[in-house]
Ligand binder design. Structure first.
Ligand SMILES: Cc1cc2nc3c(=O)[nH]c(=O)nc-3n(C[C@H](O)[C@H](O)[C@H](O)COP(=O)(O)OP(=O)(O)OC[C@H]3O[C@@H](n4cnc5c(N)ncnc54)[C@H](O)[C@@H]3O)c2cc1C
Ligand code: FES
Length: 241
């Protein structure tokens, strides 16, 4: 897989998350991701594996990623002036032929692909509502970048108390439902939505290009498939959970 070395042009810390952008000319589909690593290769192979991050936004040639520091890979990215990234990977959200209002639901750092998805829906003239769920008011700060979004926090310190589904009306009202977040949240969204529903799963990934089988998810009638090449976005009905 080819990695491109790109300087970080803008960096901002918003609540518990880091938002940074770099120059990328190529098209990016909402829901696609990049494999990203600290830009010191070939002087060091630490960390050996790049980390998958969803595209947050693309405005002209400024492409941005939003991430939470969880371990060594993201901590190094957080300090980097230059990173190495792949071209957009995976299958993103299908927005073709949607003719009614959509619901966008994000849980925690799972809000990341919803910004670029909203931008695409706006370009298509498709109305949408955004619902964001967080642990607390600190992590909920990113919601200021989603004008009009309804917010829920588990501790009630911002928005309504509860999960993202507590901030949303019945999902049957929407022509399409798009969601990204932890698996228990996605399973709850799947149960609550009875129409067109697409979920972006976050499995641990090794390669991001289909060669290591680290990222498999169970699908109805087909055993397991690799979420880096067949996903990360799946029709909710195809996921066997
Ligand atoms: C398609 C896809 C898109 C993603 N998009 C984003 C994004 O936009 N922003 C973002 O912050 N994160 C995103 N993630 C999760 C991100 O890849 C992990 O948080 C990151 O790899 C952790 O690396 P690390 O070296 O910092 O932590 P590690 O030391 O590898 O792990 C630290 C902690 O993070 C947990 N973790 C590691 N990988 C994942 C994962 N894939 N999903 C959930 N928990 C994980 C581990 O269980 C551990 O508890 C995405 C994952 C996938 C598969
Ligand atoms: S991450 Fe290696 S096959 Fe998906």
């Amino acid at each position: 897989m080819k990695f491109y070395s790109v300087p970080i042009e803008h960096r901002e810390h918003i609540g518990g998350y880091t938002l940074f952008s770099y120059r990328w000319e190529g098209p990016v589909e909402p829901g696609q991701f990049a494999m990203a690593r600290f830009g010191r290769f070939p002087y060091t192979l630490d960390p050996l594996l790049a980390r998958p991050l969803s595209f947050y936004d693309q405005d002209g040639e400024a492409t941005s990623l939003l991430f939470e520091v969880r371990g060594r890979g993201t901590a190094l990215l957080d300090q980097a002036d230059k990173i190495e990234v792949t071209a957009p990977l995976g299958r993103g959200f299908d927005v073709n032929g949607i003719d009614g209002p959509c619901a966008l639901l994000g849980g925690g750092i799972g809000v990341a692909p919803l910004k670029i998805l909203g931008r695409r829906l706006e370009a298509l003239g498709v109305p949408y509502d955004t619902f964001l769920g967080f642990a607390d008011a600190g992590t909920a700060e990113i919601s200021r970048d989603f004008p009009g979004a309804r917010v829920a926090t588990m501790d009630g310190s911002a928005g309504v108390r509860g999960t993202v589904l507590d901030a949303a009306p019945p999902l049957e009202e929407y022509a399409a439902v798009y969601a990204c977040g932890p698996n228990p949240m996605l399973a709850a969204v799947k149960r609550a939505a009875d129409g067109f529903c697409q979920l972006s799963v976050e499995e641990r990934m090794g390669c991001g290009n289909g060669s290591c089988n680290a990222c498999v998810v169970p699908v109805e009638g087909r055993g397991y498939v690799r979420s880096c090449v067949e996903g990360p976005v799946f029709e909710a009905a195809t996921l066997a959970w």
